[in-house]
Design a protein around this ligand. Structure first.
Ligand code: ARG
Length: 458
């Protein structure tokens, strides 16, 4: 395809070099944002008298036709074009002639691409926000069904203290709500600095109105330094950082789902429609979706690392290296969307096994802290109580007993402060119900957490 910049060259670009240079196979997804940006640019040029009213009308009309034809499939992208910007501009000129050649007045592809990516990502951030909310809702619903499901809470993957399954999985809802805020915050900052009008890097001699363009395109302000306007990709990095944290959360959740689905735990069973079988072992039911989410997390981190590394040595302002931003951020966006999309129904359809959870909670002396607290409430200093209970646990392990069936006489031998009421005090239900501190595993606290999430989802 003929290059618009071919003027000063004597030879055409080598075919392999042309392919290497071209970005249309990945930046064509920004066609709509490119056209919207151009429509607003033409309006500004017309309003400021830089082009005539009729040229403005022709351009806007021409761009509208191109948008329609792309969306209806009538106008396929020409993969020989250098990028989506060149493709649309040359198509416009093909359609309307010389007026089309005026669109690029007081503009450069450098500020154009910086604009298009922002507009594109804004749209994707809204979609990602919706997907996060869907997942938070699925978690909240699953938690609401399981406020009475007592399971062991773990530290170091050792059974630690009794909690409810509701309390446990609500943790992920809180992580995701922070992810939501982080993405909103980053996209808000991204949309506070419209780059259009920065031109190649230095601004322009034309009497343009950058604020008009910014406002029409949904920005709350403009980049106040034109060199920054074209060389800044912080917004891609910020979003990919937020996506990386989000994926880390999904990956931790995936890991637990995989563990809980195993015969060693069997706390949950994923629905058949979100699991796979083995090609050789007929008994297998694998948590492939969760494993893939855990796996794809590395890919999103990789995209962040790739762009950070691409940018670190770049002198100001635009350099072609920056074209690499798109594949990284687009892949991160696509991956995050796919992972969130699969996670919500996987959680919504999973079944919990309260019996197995309770059974696991009954082993492992997870009420030992409560036994120590029992002595503390009777006046014993916590450290002394802790030591006593440690000895009792050691004794039970040797005798094959648990705290619930160690006879009261034996307890009294360890300390006369012990009485019959200790058994009620160390029942798993009491241990859970008495954890009334804000944020704790007690039913009032879990209800407050669910209410908070309900508010967030409104
Ligand atoms: N396809 C290019 C990119 O994605 C557009 C900007 C090209 N600018 C330039 N000065 N060659 O970065």
């Amino acid at each position: 395809m003929d290059k618009m910049w071919a003027g000063r060259f004597e030879k055409a670009l080598d075919k392999q070099a042309d392919d290497f240079n071209s970005s249309i196979h990945f930046d064509s997804r920004m066609y709509k944002q490119d056209i919207i940006g151009s429509v607003v640019h033409a309006k500004m040029l017309g309003d400021k008298g830089i082009i005539t009213e009729s040229e403005k009308a022709e351009i806007i009309d021409g761009l509208g036709g191109i948008l329609e034809d792309i969306e209806s499939g009538k106008l396929p992208f020409n993969m020989d074009a250098e990028d989506i910007h060149m493709f649309i501009e040359s198509e416009l000129t093909k359609r309307i002639g010389d007026s089309g050649k005026k669109l690029h007045t007081a503009r450069s592809r450098n500020d154009q691409v910086a604009l298009d990516i922002r507009l594109y990502l804004m749209m994707e951030c809204e979609e990602i926000g919706r997907l996060i909310k869907k997942l938070v809702e699925a978690i909240k619903d699953k938690a609401s069904e399981n406020t009475d499901a007592i399971m062991p809470g773990y530290t170091h993957l050792q059974r630690a203290q009794p909690i409810t399954f509701a309390h446990h999985i609500l943790t992920y809802a809180f992580m995701l709500m922070r992810d939501f805020d982080r993405i909103k915050d980053a996209s808000g900052r991204m949309m506070s600095q419209s780059p259009i009008g920065s031109c190649a890097l230095a601004g322009t001699t034309y009497n343009t109105d950058r604020y008009f363009e910014a406002e029409r395109l949904g920005f709350s302000g403009i980049s106040l330094n034109s060199i920054d306007g074209v060389s800044d990709r912080d917004f891609c990095l910020e979003l990919m950082s937020a996506f990386s944290i989000l994926m880390m959360h999904l990956s931790r959740f995936s890991e637990e789902i995989i563990l809980w689905s195993s015969w060693e735990f069997k706390f949950i069973e994923l629905d058949d429609s979100y699991t796979t079988g083995s090609s050789i072992m007929p008994q297998k039911k694998n948590s492939d979706m969760a494993e893939l989410v855990r796996g794809k997390t590395g890919r999103v981190y990789g995209n962040l690392m790739a762009l950070l590394t691409t940018l670190k040595g770049l002198p100001l302002a635009y350099n072609k290296d920056m074209q690499e931003d798109k594949e990284a951020i687009f892949d991160a966006v696509d991956t995050v969307k796919k992972c969130l999309g699969i996670f919500a129904p996987m959680i919504a359809t999973m079944k919990t096994n309260k019996v197995n959870m309770k059974k696991a909670a009954g082993e492992g002396f997870i009420n030992a802290t409560d036994l120590a607290d029992y002595l503390v409430k009777k006046g014993m200093p916590f450290r002394t109580a802790y030591k006593h209970v440690g000895e009792i646990v050691g004794f039970c392990i040797k005798e094959g007993l648990i705290l619930e069936n160690l006879p009261i006489e034996k307890y009294k031998e360890f300390d006369p402060l012990f009485d019959e009421d200790l058994y009620n005090e160390i029942s798993l239900e009491t241990c859970v119900n008495k954890r009334i501190s804000a944020g704790g595993t007690g039913p009032q606290s879990v209800k407050a957490q669910i209410d908070y999430i309900t508010e967030f989802l409104k």
